[in-house]
Ligand binder design. Structure first.
Ligand code: ADP
Length: 247
């Protein structure tokens, strides 16, 4: 059950985050309805990760409200956080653990009972193709496998909402293809917000684009809106983000 009658599963309402005088995000407002896969696009430093941390409750906003499934991340935190699977920008932290021990640990921490945990571990190992590395230390795994461990962690409690921070960053083309396939298949049943600065990724997996630049939303629409009048996503991206070089 969700608290949200409007069907919006992810809501950013006037989210600002200040570091001293500097605004990492400024009055960021958008919402993603149930079942949509939305791209959160923008150049490096635009405010994507900060917004995602505000939406997942890892950071408290200076102003504004984050809601998941209609639940307010600050006043109804348990309900809101319980609906989210989050892939943070820097993969799994506990490098000495194996995917199996790490995921079991997180499952237990999330309060899954033994039988549910057993089933969920089997499901995520299969869905994220982790069988070959299940018992190997994460420190020994390639970036592609580490990313898949992060995806498995995000999927562990079968969340309705997935917030994925650059899910294909640093992956080779084969790994990228696999992770995109996984996201597409997950998108059939879940609401997904994924950040990226790779434009081909947007077309490959998303039906909606939210573009952020220098902490502000500068476009919110469909793929055609992102392509603009010139039908060129890259040209329109440069136009809307002031042609600043990424990096
Ligand atoms: P993106 O994910 O789009 O690359 P971020 O959300 O990571 O962008 O960062 C947005 C801006 O906020 C950047 O200019 C970054 O340097 C700044 N920033 C992020 N975290 C902090 C912090 N803890 N202290 C100060 N500035 C920060």
């Amino acid at each position: 059950m969700t608290a949200n009658a409007s069907g919006q599963m992810i809501e950013a309402i006037g989210l600002s985050k200040f570091y001293g005088q500097f605004a990492a995000t400024r009055e960021v407002t958008f919402s993603v309805p149930r079942g949509q896969v939305a791209a959160f696009l923008g150049p490096n430093g635009a405010g994507k990760s900060t917004t995602m941390k505000l939406l997942t409750g890892f950071l408290a906003p200076s102003e504004g409200t984050a809601k998941i499934g209609g639940f307010d991340m600050s006043s109804q935190r348990l309900e809101a956080a319980g609906m989210i699977g989050y892939l943070p920008e820097n993969g799994p932290l506990y490098l000495e653990m194996t995917p199996h021990s790490l995921l079991r640990y997180f499952g237990q921490a999330r309060g899954l009972n033994a039988a549910t945990l057993h089933n969920r571990l089997e499901y995520v190992a299969d869905k994220c193709s982790l069988g070959d590395v299940w018992g190997k230390p994460i420190a020994k795994l390639s970036r592609g496998y580490r990313q898949r461990v992060g995806m498995a962690q995000a999927l562990l409690n079968d969340p309705e909402v997935l917030i994925l921070d650059e899910p294909t960053s640093g992956l080779d083309p084969n790994q990228t293809h696999e992770v995109r396939q996984l996201i597409r298949s997950l998108g059939q049943t879940k609401t997904i917000l994924l950040s990226t600065h790779i434009l081909t990724e947007v077309k490959a997996v998303c039906s909606r684009v939210i573009l952020i630049n220098q902490g502000r939303i500068v476009l919110d629409g469909g793929i055609a809106d992102m392509e603009g009048s010139e039908h060129d996503m890259e040209a329109n991206f440069r136009k809307l983000t002031g042609g600043r070089k990424a990096g």
